[in-house]
Design a protein around this ligand. Sequence first.
Ligand SMILES: C[S@@+](CC[C@H](N)C(=O)[O-])C[C@H]1O[C@@H](n2cnc3c(N)ncnc32)[C@H](O)[C@@H]1O
Length: 186
Amino acid sequence: MKNKRATELEYLRWFVRNADFGPADGDIRDMMRERFEQMIDSDVRLTQQAELGEALDFAGAPKFDLDPCAARELRKQLGLPPIADVEWDIEDDGLSRDWFGRVFVNPPFSDIMPWVEKAEREIKRDSVSTITFLVPANRTEQPWFQRVQDLQWDMRFLPKRRSFIYPDGSVKKSPPFGVVLLGVAE
Ligand SMILES: C[S@@+](CC[C@H](N)C(=O)[O-])C[C@H]1O[C@@H](n2cnc3c(N)ncnc32)[C@H](O)[C@@H]1O
């Protein structure tokens, strides 16, 4: 079996859920929980309607059927429309379920590779027709982007800098990088 190295996020998630070293280690556990929550929070960046429209145009689709890494409850609370008919939040774990239809993926930017690997497997199944990613365009040297290039997925680099909506509902200054749409079809 291929040796898979756990990412920091996976390790922290495992630690927070499973580690029990008793009261003596409470401080360390709290520190790790805090770091985990910071990482989770920094991964929640919501897609705005303009970018969603461009993703639909790129996919040639009138709508998306599935968002496997969604922020369903948060978007609802902020009064934002859903991204797709079916949306799976972190508690649902979109990496462990079977995808279907036209899929939109704006993955946690701290850990993109598992989503690329998942898409690579899922697109081979008959029930998945297209998968569209919205990802940062400034990490072309990283293994996940190199993998996408090797797989020859379609790419559309979007003009200008794009901003996302933060968990508190604010739209901060655009991040210092562009974004790219990646697409793969059955
Ligand atoms: C960049 S945000 C995008 C949210 C939403 N798709 C959008 O575009 O507005 C990434 C989301 O993935 C969620 N997430 C992280 N790991 C996940 C997992 N294993 N399964 C489902 N969602 C996950 C995070 O909680 C976060 O809300």
